[in-house]
Design a binder for this molecule. Sequence first.
Ligand code: SF4
Length: 70
Amino acid sequence: MEKCEFYEACPFFNDTMANMPSLAEMMKDKYCRKDFKSCARYQVRITGKTTPPDLFPNQVARVKEILAGS
Ligand code: SF4
């Protein structure tokens, strides 16, 4: 399966967000390397809007609110 197209520049994937390595690694497997379309960061990034620096892949509930903002 294809990896997320944004991984090279993604702060989450490059470990600048989480200080919980094992949890981050699980999320990278779940989202970045498999189901990236379900990732909250991906869903914001694909629209061209600025992705909040503190948005985690599993925080899809925040996406609607972020996309409704300016
Ligand atoms: S799936 Fe999400 S967290 Fe992973 S590299 Fe893509 S945008 Fe970043």
